[in-house]
Design a protein. Structure first.
Length: 364
């Protein structure tokens, strides 16, 4: 039996409002070990999500007691978690926190439908969307030939796109995967790196290799690359090609010019799909060069079979602080605009005043 209690400083039941009590009978088809988690990890996360609700568990009977609105929401959460556990899917504290956020957002989305959607199972782990925004992004990739995933760091744009690419290859929807990025400096100079041209470019492609190693047997990757089944190359290598029967992912697309973006999109051949990912607040192009990703929605907005998916700080799946940092920079940029600064697509503000304009940079 477990009883939840509010953490210090957290909300407690309102005095004078009589608590309500609901009992939930968990079906025998739901493994209680999965529903409660190892060492009651999942149950503890539910208690943290609803500090005003006392939760008692005895056998398959769960009792919730507290303010009526909180008890009703907690009951919905338990029903969603039971649905996931009944399917044999593992639960975690992180999944509980995301389910609480979905229910608190007062949407029609069911957490069980989002958190049990599998994209790729490999090497003993399953890759799946963790937020409604990520679920919508994955579904857009299924429905459209060209998809743009635009959002801040940590929202899973590239990772989910690559998981869909590997899934398409394994299910024989395509015969090869092409992964590409622009080799643009982010404060460092490419020419000063040691080694050959290949050695200099490799660090820019390393995040793509790292994701591949998460999704495929590392021993198979060199063989697949040698056969041309998987290609990882700088964007400049795409010029003059037509890519048929391929799943093509362009990462860090905010660092493409308008000309490069047009060049890349026109590589699309028969039986192929394209996913373009990027963050328009993280542009490393030379001053005065407008990002091709920032422009492309204006150009392609009316074309069928092209989708634009915008992820936000609510879709960040890294450390909790990453979402807060993104929001803080968003507020800072808004304040700069309100103060009369012109914020370029790169996020670098340029203050307009008497005399020549001076650009001031802030660290990203």
């Amino acid at each position: 039996m477990s009883q939840g209690s509010p953490e210090p400083g957290e909300a407690r039941p309102t005095r004078g409002v009589p608590p309500v009590q609901h009992q939930i009978s968990i079906p025998d088809s739901v493994p209680m070990v999965l529903l409660l988690g190892q060492r009651d990890e999942v149950l503890r996360a539910v208690e943290r999500g609803f500090p005003t609700v006392d939760i008692h568990v005895r056998g398959n009977l769960m009792t919730l007691e507290g303010p009526g609105a909180d008890v009703a929401l907690a009951e919905r959460l338990v029903d969603e978690l039971a649905t996931i556990a009944e399917q044999g899917e593992p639960l975690s504290a992180d999944a509980v926190e995301r389910a609480v956020a979905m229910l608190a957002a007062v949407t029609q989305e069911r957490p069980a439908q989002v958190l049990s959607m599998n994209i790729l199972s490999s090497r003993g782990r399953t890759i799946r969307p963790k937020t409604v925004g990520q679920r919508d992004y994955v579904e857009a990739i299924d429905r459209h030939t060209v998809v743009f995933g635009i959002g801040p760091a940590g929202t899973g744009k590239t990772y989910l796109a690559m998981a869909k690419a590997v899934n398409a290859l394994q299910s024989k929807q395509v015969s090869r995967i092409v992964l590409t990025r622009p080799a643009v400096e982010a404060g460092e100079r490419l020419g000063f790196l040691p080694g050959t041209l290949s050695d200099k470019i490799d660090p820019y492609l390393r995040p793509l290799y790292d994701a591949l190693h998460d999704m495929l047997d590392p021993d198979s990757i060199p063989r697949l690359m040698a056969a041309g089944t998987i290609e990882v190359a700088p964007l400049a290598y795409m010029r003059g090609r037509t890519l048929n029967d391929a799943f093509i992912v362009l990462d860090e697309a905010q660092n493409t010019s308008a000309e490069q973006m047009k060049m890349f999109l026109t590589r699309l051949g028969f039986g192929s799909r394209i996913v373009v990912t990027g963050d328009v607040t993280q542009v490393d192009l030379p001053t005065g060069t407008r990002s091709g990703l920032a422009m492309v929605e204006e150009i392609l907005a009316d074309i069928d079979d092209v989708a634009f998916c915008r992820l936000t700080s609510a879709d960040v799946v890294r450390h909790r602080l990453v979402g807060e940092i993104i929001d803080a920079y968003g507020r800072w940029d808004a304040d700069q605009r309100g103060a009369g600064a012109v914020v370029r697509p790169s996020g670098r503000p340029e203050t307009r005043g008497p005399g020549p304009a001076r650009a001031s940079r802030h660290e990203r």
